[in-house]
Write a protein that binds this ligand. Structure first.
Ligand code: CTP
Ligand code: CA
Length: 245
């Protein structure tokens, strides 16, 4: 994909993108993980650089070359990703949570390798991970309330009131009732945009193509037909830039 010829509508803007999938350690050699390749997050980082942004890419277990011009922070677990994203978001204009974050982690991380022994295996106890996207939305809502401005996300967000990040973007993979579930998730997480991926049919995990519906808080959904992950990335940045006026 040609990186030239894009609008420089993110010039002077700081953006944070999370990419890949978190790993939750069971012991020194094993983890619970997921199939996210990081391709969509990396496409978002590359296109944001091309549109003039200062980009921090928080990468969880991705084996792709660093995008030129982006600052890359490598993390492994959901707790590490949370630290890195919240730190980088403190003065960012926009955050895009493209990473697949584990909802749960093992309650204990064993110091030594779990052995096979005799008899039945022990069950793995899980605890909930923090919801980073919801936390970003909640922090912004609280800051806006304290500043006496409306808590509803929308255009004009970058006028310097409330707290960064001014635009918050989430991703979701839904299998049924895609639009209804997506709209509910958008509201629940308090984000401005929610990219709902169509799962299956050779799309999403590890493929260069994607197809999605971008749900917009206070606006109409935007359909992105099947195409390179850069196309979806450009649609997202166009919508982000429009909310940063
Ligand atoms: N996310 C997050 N922190 C988590 C889990 C998810 O920040 N602990 C973010 C993801 O990066 C994504 C968005 O939330 O941008 C939606 O993730 P998704 O798994 O679809 O939503 P959940 O709220 O976890 O709901 P569920 O898995 O039950 O559908
Ligand atoms: Ca989840």
């Amino acid at each position: 994909t040609v990186m030239a010829g894009r609008p420089r509508d993110l010039e002077g803007r700081k953006v944070v993108v999370s990419a890949g999938g978190t790993r939750e350690a069971l012991d020194p050699v094993r983890f619970l993980g997921n199939r996210s390749s990081g391709l969509q997050g990396y496409a978002l980082a590359r296109t944001a650089v091309a549109r003039g942004a200062e980009v921090t890419l928080v990468a969880a277990n991705v084996s792709l070359p660093d995008p030129a011009g982006a600052k890359v922070v490598r993390v492994e677990s959901a707790l590490e990703l949370r630290e890195a994203v919240l730190t980088a978001s403190a003065d960012a204009d926009a955050v895009v949570m493209a990473a697949a974050v584990a909802d749960f982690r093992p309650a204990v991380r064993r110091e030594s390798k779990i052995k096979k022994r005799d008899g039945e295996p022990e069950p793995i106890e899980l605890v909930k991970n923090p919801d980073i996207l919801a936390e970003l939305g909640e922090r912004r809502r609280a800051a806006r309330q304290a500043a006496g401005v409306g808590s509803v996300p929308g255009p004009g967000a970058s006028s310097g009131v409330g707290a960064p990040p001014y635009v918050i973007v989430g991703f979701a993979a839904e299998t049924d009732d895609v639009l209804a579930n997506g709209q509910a998730k958008l509201a629940r997480k308090g984000c401005d945009l929610l990219v709902v991926n169509q799962v299956g049919e050779g799309l999403a995990f590890g493929t260069p193509d994607n197809a999605a519906t971008v749900l917009v808080a206070g606006g109409s959904p935007v359909e992105v037909p099947r195409g390179p992950k850069e196309d979806l990335a450009d649609t997202v940045w166009g919508l982000v830039a429009a909310r940063l006026v």
